[in-house]
Design a protein around this ligand. Structure first.
Ligand SMILES: [Zn+2]
Length: 354
């Protein structure tokens, strides 16, 4: 007994769960901040491997901590941090321990999976197979941006993956949205009503597949600045309907449960453009008309390559690392492409008509 007491004294008090979680989260934050300030690796996997051994040790000690009032909150802090660095093994350890000590909190922290282009997280009761189904649809949409527009750059910080958060709700009252506020990642926040599968539209006519395509359009490009949405919200609608139509044609089995194209497609958008707009939607109608005209003039690949050229030249505004372009720069970049050079007059006319 005496011996045991001496040992304890010699080691000092064990750090409590909150301190361990704080240390781990701080190490993740430091690594992400340093990479954001000056990217040093090509991929998030590589970055994740650079987590210092001391942080790994802190996490190992945390998940072995005895029950204590602060343990659940500490585990949540560590779980969130693990997701910020694509540390899936760490996340699983935390999740398993949290499920033992606080099942309610574990449900809120949710489940996660990592794929080469993104980390998907499901909360509030989304199950593994449901999250995998959403991730499959997301992969199809990312393929679409790559194959149709030639766009592969979605990240705020080079090398970091996108984030997708699906949360299970009884009824969808808010549409999916692009959450630009996170420091290192672009995140799409996505309400779903099915725990184990992913189909669209919902019985109430909510277009989740189109929603995914649309939200990624915002990640690719915002227009104007935070005060003046120069495209009047037409850009994400344009990329959304183009991709729903193209992917429905091209992807066969992979889009079996995604039937939005009947209601949301470029063909439908053209029909809408043929109708006179109401007073409120006038400006949006004009930008949408411009985008569809450009689509027909030069094609989506050239539209994507103009944006990529603006990116390479650093011709955009960054607000919290989110890219904002101007329509004037876009016109110039389009006219500088090989296809655009041949259509310069028509491109100028389309912009002038807006
Ligand atoms: Zn939108």
């Amino acid at each position: 007994m005496l011996l045991l007491c001496l040992c304890t004294l010699a080691l000092g008090p064990a750090p409590d769960a909150s301190a361990l979680a704080k240390d781990y989260a701080a190490a993740v934050r430091e690594l992400n901040d340093a990479h954001a300030a000056k990217p040093v690796v090509k991929s998030e996997e590589e970055l994740a491997r650079r987590l210092p051994a001391a942080a790994e040790k802190a996490l190992a000690a945390l998940v072995k901590s005895k029950d204590a009032p602060e343990l659940a909150a500490a585990l949540v802090v560590a779980g969130e941090a693990a997701l910020d660095l694509d540390r899936m093994d760490d996340f699983e350890l935390v999740r398993a321990r949290l499920a033992q000590v606080a099942p309610g909190e574990a449900k809120q922290l949710g489940i996660a999976l990592s794929r080469p282009r993104f980390v998907a997280r499901g909360t509030d009761g989304v199950e593994q197979e449901g999250l995998a189904a959403i991730a499959d649809a997301f992969d199809v949409v990312l393929d679409g941006y790559r194959d149709v527009f030639g766009i592969t750059n979605f990240s705020k910080v080079p090398g970091k993956k996108l984030r997708l958060r699906a949360h299970l709700v009884d009824a969808i009252t808010r549409p999916p949205h692009f959450a630009p506020e996170f420091p290192w990642h672009s995140e799409i926040d996505f309400p779903v009503i099915e725990a184990k599968t992913f189909t669209s539209p919902t019985p109430k006519g909510q277009f989740l597949f189109y929603g995914l395509c649309h939200e990624l359009g915002h990640v690719v490009a915002m227009w104007g600045d935070t005060r003046n949405e120069e495209d009047r919200h037409a850009w994400a609608h344009y990329t959304g309907v183009v991709l729903v139509e193209e992917l429905t044609k091209a992807k066969g089995e992979a889009v079996k449960g995604l039937r939005d194209a009947r209601w949301r497609s470029l063909t439908k958008a053209r029909e809408e453009l043929a109708q006179p707009p109401d007073e409120e939607g006038k400006e949006r109608h004009r930008v949408m008309k411009l985008l569809v005209t450009l689509h027909d003039l030069v094609g989506p690949k050239t539209i994507g390559s103009a944006l990529n050229a603006l990116d390479d030249a650093g011709k955009h505004l960054r607000v919290n690392r989110v890219r904002y372009y101007s329509l004037a720069d876009f016109e110039k970049a389009l006219c500088a492409t090989d296809t655009g050079k041949k259509k310069a007059k028509e491109i100028a006319a389309a912009f002038a008509a807006r």
